[in-house]
Design a protein around this ligand. Structure first.
Ligand code: GUN
Ligand code: ZN
Length: 445
């Protein structure tokens, strides 16, 4: 019988009550990819035996944390990460993004780019990603295969768009868009991947007709699927949606009337949502993916994370590559804190989010936002073991530790100063997937 792997040392995670819970000298037992116990080291030491347990010591200046969750990333935009940030959203889409996404019709091109984005995000500690693909069904299926091969957990969406898009990158009809989406969903489900699920992905209200959104809403309900889309990211976009859909109450109502807003819906951005819209999002149990790097890089606006969190809306973090230039959720944590600080600079009574809340949104909050918190997001018994082994004093580390540093200081230093070099191991469902990725695909250098 397989031994229980037991990770011993400092453990950090978020719980329902605590954004940042630090457990010193603890033991986490993992069997068949699931957490079977979490207890004080002293208690575990009384029952440890070589036959049943394989003990792995986390060591000084290291800790275990849940894998990070990227609740919004465009896999086909990865070739553009770090360039083309000189236009606002709508111009940025037509100038850089649509031409790049159109290239994914070519499966060889898709394979190469998708391998790189999956490996890069894993290396940066993203154990779960909620991906947008493109309109190309076959290329999206290739993306799913690559994610599964590399061991990442993911939701993958074939993008729907049949309006206000260039001739070279648009779906020809509602029927075709729906039949391709059905094929994508059925193929993915039929493959019974261990970690990859399909997600319904209308690009945003501007690029989908009402008829298409209605049909997608029905499909999501018929098959009990997740839904992702963009909402209220820029003022120009909100204005266009208002003009396109004059008979609807607001932007959210366009999606809601199509049946797209429910407990498995994640809405990217949401910067300009009204109080009424936020209230409905909360009531319906939908969530927001806060993508701070993107919001500042393409100058969309300044999201108010404090407001949404205090209203009880589920909020996760997203990189939104390549509106956001960084594929790292550590970067998203830092930029979320800075964005929140901007509110506090303008209004000293505003309580900005801190490293604890950023950590929560990057892990547990992300799992709630994607409605997978029954599977992962923190270290509760029964959940799957998606985790990162962090070392602060590894070769190349940019973090210096001082004697007076508390345990929380170490975590805070990792959030602010850490990078992929400090992420020594990446586990998904208990498996060391970084090792697997390097072994199967060759060196990452
Ligand atoms: N809105 C519609 N499409 C996109 C996209 O690709 N990126 C971002 N940031 N917003 C969008
Ligand atoms: Zn996006």
């Amino acid at each position: 019988m397989a031994k229980t792997q037991v990770y011993c040392g400092m453990v950090v995670h978020s719980t329902r009550k605590d954004c940042l819970k630090i457990l010193q000298n603890h033991a986490i037992g993992v069997k068949e990819g699931k957490i079977v116990f979490i207890e004080e080291l002293k208690k575990f030491q009384q029952k440890v035996n070589e036959k049943d347990h394989e003990v792995i010591k986390i060591g000084k200046n290291g800790f275990l944390m849940p894998g990070m969750i990227d609740t919004h990333i465009h896999a086909p935009q990865y070739p553009n990460a770090g360039k083309g940030l000189d236009r606002g959203l709508l111009e940025w889409l037509t100038t850089y993004t649509f031409p790049t996404e159109a290239k994914f019709k070519d499966l060889e091109f898709a394979k190469s780019a998708y391998n790189r984005v999956v490996r890069r995000t894993l290396e940066n500690g993203t154990t779960t990603a909620c991906y947008y693909g493109t309109i190309h069904t076959e290329a999206c299926l290739v993306l799913c295969d690559i994610i599964e091969e590399n061991g990442q957990r993911a939701l993958v969406g074939k993008v729907n768009m049949n309006a206000n898009s260039p001739e070279y990158y648009i779906e020809e009809s509602v029927d075709k868009s729906i039949s391709e989406t059905r094929k994508f969903v059925d193929d993915v489900l039929q493959k019974k991947y261990a970690r990859v699920l399909p997600i319904i992905t209308p690009r945003f209200a501007i690029s989908c007709s009402q008829q298409l959104m209605d049909a997608l809403g029905l499909l999501a309900i018929e098959k009990d699927l997740h839904v992702q889309t963009h909402i209220s990211e820029t003022k120009d976009e909100c204005e266009s949606v208002g003009k396109m859909y004059p008979d609807y109450e607001d932007y959210l109502d366009v999606y809601d009337k199509a049946g797209l807003i429910h407990g498995k819906t994640v809405l990217a951005h949401g910067i300009y949502l009204s109080e009424k819209e936020r209230k409905k999002i909360k009531e319906k149990g939908a969530s927001i993916s806060h993508c701070p790097n993107s919001n500042l890089s393409i100058r969309s606006g300044i999201f108010n994370a404090r407001q949404c969190l205090s209203e009880g809306i589920k909020v996760g973090l997203g990189t939104d590559v390549s509106g956001g230039y960084s594929p790292s959720i550590l970067d998203a944590m830092r930029t979320a804190i800075h964005t929140s600080n901007m509110w506090a600079i303008k209004d000293p009574t505003h309580k900005p989010i801190n490293h604890r809340e950023a950590f929560m949104m990057a892990t547990y909050g992300g799992s709630q936002a994607l409605a997978i918190d029954h599977l992962c997001g923190n270290f509760e018994v029964g959940k799957e073991f998606d985790a990162l082994l962090i070392k602060l004093d590894c070769p190349g580390s940019q973090i210096d530790i001082f004697e007076e540093d508390s345990l929380e200081d170490l975590v805070q230093k990792f959030i602010y100063l850490g990078d992929s070099r400090n992420i020594q191991k990446v586990f998904v469902k208990g498996e060391d997937v970084l090792q697997r990725s390097i072994a199967e695909n060759g060196s990452q250098e």
